[in-house]
Design a protein around this ligand. Sequence first.
Ligand code: AMP
Length: 503
Amino acid sequence: MEAADFASLGLSEPILSALAEKGYSKPTPIQAQAIPVVLMGRDVLGVAQTGTGKTAGFTLPMLDILAGSRARARMPRSLILEPTRELALQVAENFVQYGKNLKLNHALLIGGESMADQKAVLTKGVDVLIATPGRLLDLFERGGLLLRDVRVLVIDEADRMLDMGFIPDIERIVSLLPTTRQTMFFSATMAPEIRRLADAFLTDPKQISVSRPATVATTITSGLVLVNEHDKREALRRLLRAETVQNAIVFCNRKRDVDILLKSLLKHGFAAGALHGDLPQSVRFATLEKFKANELKILVCSDVAARGIDIGGLSHVFNFDVPHHAEDYVHRIGRTGRAGREGHAYTLAAPADKLAVEAVEKLTGGTIPRIAIDGLDPAEWSDEDGRKRGRGPKKDGRDSRERGRSKEREPERKAEQAPRPERDQAPRPERDQARKPERRDRDRDRDRDRGDRGDRGERDHGAHVRGFGENVPAFMLIRRRGAAAAVMDEESGPEDNGSDIAA
Ligand code: AMP
């Protein structure tokens, strides 16, 4: 079902004119289905991913519901729970844009912002409170917030909340709210645990499912380059130079490759930045802003870091690695070629990626056109399955991507809960130790990288980290910080320290 226009959904004039200004002519399927139901006051169980327009699906009717009355001090009238700071900021942006003709205010309760400022806004009374769970509970426990006036609750990206270990917090928060309320619950998937929560939180909900079809928009020009592992960076540079790139995301399968690739691109003069879960949120946010302002043309990302971030409408998407899970390919390249605009998606496949490429082509139902890049050594498919290099499905039924995700998201959760200054400034012996196995992998990869390059004359020093890189032994950081810094300056230079990239 797709409504002809927003007016037929029952939205008020101030909202319709804000939408017209924004240039939205037609509601998306989830909006067409959700908006009338929410306006009627019913609970909603939405199975939908980011990119379907679900945020407007709940913000638009909420604005109309809330427009009738005013908020009291410290007692927000509605609450939206988001798993990450970035998503919370996007929702807030939506409220500002769609609610520009209404006199409603919102507050954000997210990590990385001053708690005192957030408290001050709440004291004035807010209509919409947009929060990440940890920070919300923190402020509640300090007595800065009363939740008994919350009449509308949105739990967004529930499956991500589950991945990030937020479910106990969510259950606690819901137990603090009035039982008479309207609840909207969104999740990209309906795992049994998510279904259990939906059953517990919702009353006779209207279920709305909008799947993003596993097809690729026809406005996307795609290509696949089969290239030897050691030629990938060179291949990417050649593609970047040959194409008219306005803005691009380059996806890597692993966090450590995000760092390595960023260094390489910067060294070769590209205006690039990077996002992955280990970077402090302040850095991720600043990078995102620069990318949106077109100060950075290239954003190197892991899937987890990019997920849920509203960066669409890109001229190009590059897969530096073939994703291990075919559906990630569709999500990745869906960031280009939106709204009928032309997009480009290029994938670098290494010899061991044959099966991963076949899985993508099976899912999308078409062959990705092969393209050749002049001047690189010819490459051939091998029988090895790159997805199985210590990363394939294991006995516990969860594959390493899922395990990796939980691990990768852990810092995001900690980042949200820990006061920023402590996290940013403290020496990091525990973190370094915790990373030891990964470090060994990285060293091995680096050695292999060097060996592969042999004497081919590859000058891409950004490809590996000299000196200690970011792996400075913990004892040097603790006992003689100054001396450690001096050693690093001498041996590797500050540009080799992973954290300096981010600064
Ligand atoms: P979401 O799934 O909520 O993250 O939205 C994905 C993107 O679609 C965002 O950039 C929205 O601004 C945009 N969007 C939402 N609704 C519409 C619409 N009806 N028409 C065009 N774009 C939309």
